[in-house]
Design a protein around this ligand. Structure first.
Ligand SMILES: *[C@@H]1O[C@H](CO)[C@@H](O)[C@H](O)[C@H]1NC(C)=O
Ligand SMILES: *[C@@H]1O[C@H](CO)[C@@H](O)[C@H](O)[C@H]1NC(C)=O
Ligand SMILES: *[C@@H]1O[C@H](CO)[C@@H](O)[C@H](O)[C@H]1NC(C)=O
Ligand SMILES: *[C@@H]1O[C@H](CO)[C@@H](O)[C@H](O)[C@H]1NC(C)=O
Ligand SMILES: *[C@@H]1O[C@H](CO)[C@@H](O)[C@H](O)[C@H]1NC(C)=O
Ligand SMILES: *[C@@H]1O[C@H](CO)[C@@H](O)[C@H](O)[C@H]1NC(C)=O
Ligand SMILES: *[C@@H]1O[C@H](CO)[C@@H](O)[C@H](O)[C@H]1NC(C)=O
Ligand SMILES: *[C@@H]1O[C@H](CO)[C@@H](O)[C@H](O)[C@H]1NC(C)=O
Ligand SMILES: *[C@@H]1O[C@H](CO)[C@@H](O)[C@H](O)[C@H]1NC(C)=O
Ligand SMILES: *[C@@H]1O[C@H](CO)[C@@H](O)[C@H](O)[C@H]1NC(C)=O
Ligand SMILES: *[C@@H]1O[C@H](CO)[C@@H](O)[C@H](O)[C@H]1NC(C)=O
Length: 808
């Protein structure tokens, strides 16, 4: 077990940790309190009620570290030593003395909080209580507080799961009430000790779109989950044990989640006041702390304004916020509590007196910050025709804090600069001139003077430059009507008009499929060239995906990569046209029973072809490209069943000189490498991991994770690696093949698949080694069982034992 624990802390791997937690947690508790508040039984002072299983407690609490001046009614975890609130009633109206406060059932049946035993400072405020003299409030073992009829527990008038604060618990709803038009919302705490609503909110997207969003100040979206695809949200990876379900009935539409086999009572998701991320946390009894398992967005710096005015963000150091040059933390106390809304203030005030400063400009000056993410919503000054003119305009106005000058003109900022990030190596980086008092500038005066008019491109490193160049070529290319001679010109992308593609697809009538990003339609161009047209849909995601596809796929060609024929970018309409693949996807052939079973030879050729395509992406083309979403759905087959890797919407370009890239976790459930889930920078080895998972599915002809009934299932890679170790692989072959497979090839495939899914990325082979091995030119040794699978193995045995003992 000690081994297993150290393994987990190194990887922070979702399912692993949950399972570990299972085997590590052990509790003893004794309680005499009930779980119910009724007309006869109210709460005051240090009285509490406890849920049936003892998991949750309701009562008055004061946040840890707050000094004990303010008390809140809340729900917290009952069996752990660290006070962890999961819900707070009176977020904005704390009481100072719980002994004179009372939580009771009022005469109208509502649950109310009374101050000095008389004035109501919080209420469930329901007007539809039908049996007012007999309601009770009951705390359930999943953390839900229900106000319901005392004699009929299915008559629920109000429940805390409908009104979450900053925590989303397993089994809780998160969605939209179609009748009240109200949507659940998480709002972060203001800071570590103050539960009142902070600046970040997590909610379901508008217009009935099933998509989670996180917003700053209720207005600025800085993260979106991608659309619900019936299984999960397209850009939120879920581990194997995590299971989400959509409920869509006449009253409500919501998502709930469960952890499939683990005992999930000690797992929670929280919108963090400090980082603005939504985080998944699991209680580790060994270290008596909550362990962070995942967080979205992965990069704290993509959280809007996370460092406050005049603060800058850095993902690679801790703390991740600091003040820009010439500024200092405004309120150290708030900052230390994780509330940076006041941000930073000037160390030295500006000399600007409000008079005519144009001649007297020696007093204040500007500090040049190259390569920064510029703050939003500047004022545009159309009159300034040069950088010097722009600078002068800023100097003349005492409230001007900074300016920026680029091809589009002169931009000035008057308020606090929010959302700054230095060393921002992205294509939208710019140069900001920050106004500072002369004394703040003196130290660095000499080297600043030289550095004017440096173009952004010089500083931005190779990664972005490449993206830029490839992107630029594509965007600026003249519209070529190259399709006329019934020939699609090789090596050149066609820029289509929307109407051309609309006509080609007969008004988008023949739908081939749909995914998280949009739908795919069949079409044909003049000269009977069949195409597949992808129409990108969905808030916020489409543009990025579109650019990723065009800039990666547009620039490469390989027989095992799908060919992009052209694109259309007309306003918000974004479409991509590919060569049409008549035989569908590998997933269709493997998992759908109505198609002919692929024979072993074909499967092996598909495995080799896919590996060749990926090896080309990873190693041979001009930039290294990580596909980031390898799965059977994304391997398309032409009429000769030659595989083509498709769907480059998540692909990442990695410059030659960089081997790692930090990127938001995307990818698909079951194919995501552990290092990516734990938020580390990724390499091409994430594709190798996904390829390994897919290879297992090619071998077995089944999904890796097969539910075989109520909370029991088989995880094929686990079965396979165990058989591999004892040298019995024959039974792993898809039964539909009736043993008809080249046994040498079969063994190579099994071993390789297991090598590909090693926890440690450096243990995984490269894609070109995989090609060589599959071609028989490289010997493949017996792989070790990945440690994450070993642990899974043990806990599986345990969970099977415990569930069978339940039945007895
Ligand atoms: C609860 O408060 C009472 C006094 O109001 C005190 O005597 C008692 O020890 C407290 N109980 C606990 C568990 O703190
Ligand atoms: C209760 O709801 C009514 C309207 O439904 C609202 O006006 C009132 O402010 C609410 N009271 C409390 C204490 O929330
Ligand atoms: C509830 O009120 C009804 C009449 O409104 C009364 O008949 C009944 O006895 C009351 N029940 C309790 C438990 O007080
Ligand atoms: C309890 O309430 C539910 C929902 O309103 C109702 O369908 C059911 O008949 C009630 N049961 C009893 C025993 O009154
Ligand atoms: C948040 O938005 C409100 C109004 O929408 C605005 O008054 C307030 O200044 C904003 N907060 C910050 C920190 O900008
Ligand atoms: C939910 O149900 C409504 C009506 O039954 C339907 O129109 C809507 O498309 C459904 N939404 C989803 C996401 O399934
Ligand atoms: C989950 O674990 C807790 C703590 O060990 C235990 O009290 C509870 O009964 C468990 N729940 C289930 C469903 O096994
Ligand atoms: C400000 O300076 C300009 C020349 O730059 C001059 O014409 C103007 O009179 C000055 N205004 C004041 C109030 O000094
Ligand atoms: C400075 O700029 C602000 C914002 O644009 C404007 O309201 C103000 O009038 C300007 N002050 C002067 C002296 O031009
Ligand atoms: C110039 O800077 C402004 C303000 O940040 C930005 O909106 C605009 O896109 C930039 N234009 C160019 C051509 O970089
Ligand atoms: C951004 O570029 C600078 C200079 O090229 C480099 O020092 C820095 O490490 C880069 N930062 C990231 C996050 O790649």
């Amino acid at each position: 077990m000690a081994m297993a624990y150290s393994c987990s802390s190194a990887t922070s791997f979702l399912f692993l940790s949950i399972i570990l937690f299972l085997s590590l947690v052990s509790f003893t508790f004794a309680t005499t309190s009930t779980d119910t508040i009724s007309a006869q039984h109210s709460l005051t002072g240090n009285q509490t009620i406890t849920s049936g299983g003892g998991t949750f407690v309701l009562g008055f609490f004061t946040p840890q570290g707050s000094g004990g001046n303010y008390y809140y009614v809340g729900i917290w975890y009952g069996k752990i030593s660290v006070l962890t609130p999961a819900w707070v009633a009176n977020r904005v109206t704390p009481v100072t003395d719980p002994t004179t406060s009372e939580l009771k059932i009022s005469d109208d049946g509502n649950l109310v909080l009374l101050h000095q035993f008389k004035s109501i400072i919080w209420s469930t405020n329901v007007t539809t209580i039908s049996s007012s003299n007999s309601t009770v409030a009951v705390i359930l073992d999943n953390g839900n507080l229900q106000l319901r009829d005392g004699s009929n527990s299915s008559l629920v008038f109000w429940q805390s799961f409908d009104h979450p604060t900053e925590t989303y618990l397993p089994g809780a709803k998160f969605g939209f009430n179609k009748i009240t038009k109200r949507s659940q919302q998480l709002t972060s705490w203001k800071n570590k000790v103050d539960p009142s609503p902070g600046i970040f909110t997590f909610e379901m997207g508008p217009n009935g779109l099933l998509q989670y969003l996180i917003l700053w100040n209720m207005s600025r979206i800085y993260w979106a989950s991608g659309l619900w695809d019936g299984y999960e949200f397209s850009s939120v990876p879920v581990g194997y044990m995590y299971h989400m379900q959509l409920v869509n009935d006449t009253d409500e539409m919501y998502i709930t989640y469960m952890l499939d086999i683990a005992n999930h009572s000690m797992y929670r998701e929280v919108l963090d006041y400090d980082t603005g991320q939504i985080q998944g946390l699991v209680w580790m009894e060994n270290s008596k702390s909550w362990m962070l398992i995942w967080a979205q967005p992965t990069s704290k710096c993509s959280v809007y304004g996370v460092c406050g005015p005049f603060g800058s963000c850095t993902d690679f150091t801790s703390p991740f916020c600091y003040c820009v040059k010439g500024f200092r933390i405004k309120s150290q106390t708030d900052w230390d509590l994780g509330d940076r809304s006041q941000g930073c203030e000037r160390k030295t005030g500006l000399q600007c007196s409000g008079l005519n400063n144009s001649v007297d400009s020696e007093k204040d000056g500007f500090f040049e910050m190259t390569n920064v993410r510029l703050p939003d919503s500047p004022n545009t000054l159309s009159t300034a025709g040069s950088r010097e003119g722009c600078e002068l305009s800023c100097l003349r106005n005492c409230s001007c804090n900074a300016y920026s000058y680029n091809d589009s003109g002169c931009f000035v900022w008057h308020r606090g600069l929010l959302n700054l990030q230095e060393q921002y190596n992205q294509s939208d980086a710019g140069t900001l001139y920050l106004r500072l008092a002369a004394s703040e500038l003196q130290s660095s005066e000499s080297n600043k003077r030289m550095a004017t008019h440096i173009s952004v491109g010089v500083i931005v490193p190779a990664v972005v430059v490449c993206l830029f160049i490839i992107g630029g070529l594509v965007w600026k290319r003249e519209r070529k009507r190259a399709i006329q001679n019934s020939k699609v010109v090789q090596n050149s992308l066609v820029s289509f008009m929307y109407d051309e593609l609309r006509i080609a697809t007969k008004n988008f009538s023949e739908k081939l499929g749909a995914g998280g990003f949009g739908s795919v339609f069949k079409g044909s161009l003049p000269g009977s060239i069949d195409i597949a047209v992808k129409k990108l849909e969905g808030l916020y995601q489409g543009e990025k995906q579109f650019r990723a596809e065009v800039s990666t796929l547009g620039a490469i060609q390989h027989v095992n990569l799908i060919r992009l024929i052209g694109f259309c970018s007309q306003g918000t309409k974004k479409l991509l046209a590919y060569e049409f693949m008549p035989s569908g996807s590998l997933a269709d052939h493997l998992f759908r029973s109505n198609l002919n079973v692929l024979d072993w030879k074909t499967r092996y050729q598909i495995a080799i072809g896919t590996a060749r395509g990926l090896a080309y992406l990873h190693e041979q083309c001009r930039d290294n490209i990580i596909h980031c979403d390898i799965k059977p759905e994304n391997i398309l087959l032409d009429d000769a069943l030659v595989p083509k890797v498709a769907d480059f919407g998540l692909a990442k370009l990695v410059g030659r000189n960089f081997s790692k890239v930090l990127t938001t976790i995307r990818g698909s459930r079951g194919y995501i490498a552990p290092e990516w889930i734990s938020g580390m920078p990724i390499t091409t080895k994430v594709d190798v991991y996904s390829y390994g998972m897919m290879l297992f599915e090619i071998i077995s002809g089944k999904r890796n994770l097969m539910y075989t009934g109520e909370s029991s299932f088989e995880f094929f890679p686990l079965v396979a690696t165990n058989k591999l170790v004892i040298g019995d692989v024959k039974s792993l072959l898809d039964q539909r093949l009736e043993g008809k497979a080249n046994s040498e090839e079969f063994e190579i495939a099994c071993k390789l698949a297991c090598w590909c899914i090693q926890d440690n990325e450096s243990s995984r082979p490269t894609m070109s080694q995989i090609v060589q091995a599959l071609e028989g030119n490289l010997d493949v040794g017996i792989p070790p069982v990945p440690r994450s699978l070993q642990v899974l193995n043990e806990s599986w045995a345990e969970s099977i034992n415990s569930s069978s003992s339940h039945q007895n």
